[in-house]
Design a protein around this ligand. Structure first.
Ligand SMILES: [Zn+2]
Length: 106
C-alpha cells in the first residue's frame, strides 16, 4: 500500500503560521533554521558547588511558564550565533533576540 506524504510547514502552535526569529546578524528567519537551547532565565550554579539540589534543579527541573519567557536559540543554519529570545509562550509571539553574550546573565 502506497502512502502519501504531505509535507507541510507546521509551526509550534500546530498551525501553519511559522515562528519567525529576528537574528541580529542575519535578520528575521524561520525558526526551522534555529535549534532551541534551553531556558535562559536559569542561573548556573558555581562550578565548585557541591549543592546537589542546586545542580538537580539546574539540569533536570524545568518550569512551564505562561507568558513572556527568555530562551536560548542557536542559528545553526545561519551565523551560528547563540541568541536570547523573548517569546510569549501563550501567544507564540517573539520579542527582541540579542546575542547571548550581549544579553547578560538572567
Ligand atoms: Zn543568524
Amino acid at each position: 500500500m502506497a502512502t502519501t506524504s504531505t509535507a507541510s510547514a507546521i509551526g509550534p502552535t500546530g498551525n501553519d503560521s511559522m515562528l519567525r526569529i529576528p537574528c541580529p546578524q542575519c535578520g528575521e528567519r524561520d525558526y526551522t533554521e534555529f535549534r532551541y537551547g534551553g531556558d535562559a532565565s536559569k542561573s548556573r550554579p558555581d562550578h565548585a558547588s557541591t549543592d546537589r539540589r542546586a545542580w538537580l534543579d539546574y539540569v533536570f527541573l524545568f518550569d512551564n511558564p505562561k507568558g513572556w519567557h527568555r530562551e536560548y536559540w542557536q542559528h545553526v543554519q545561519g551565523c551560528r550565533q547563540w541568541l536570547v529570545l523573548r517569546r510569549n509562550t501563550a501567544t507564540n509571539t517573539v520579542g527582541e533576540a540579542p546575542r547571548a553574550r550581549a544579553a547578560g546573565p538572567p
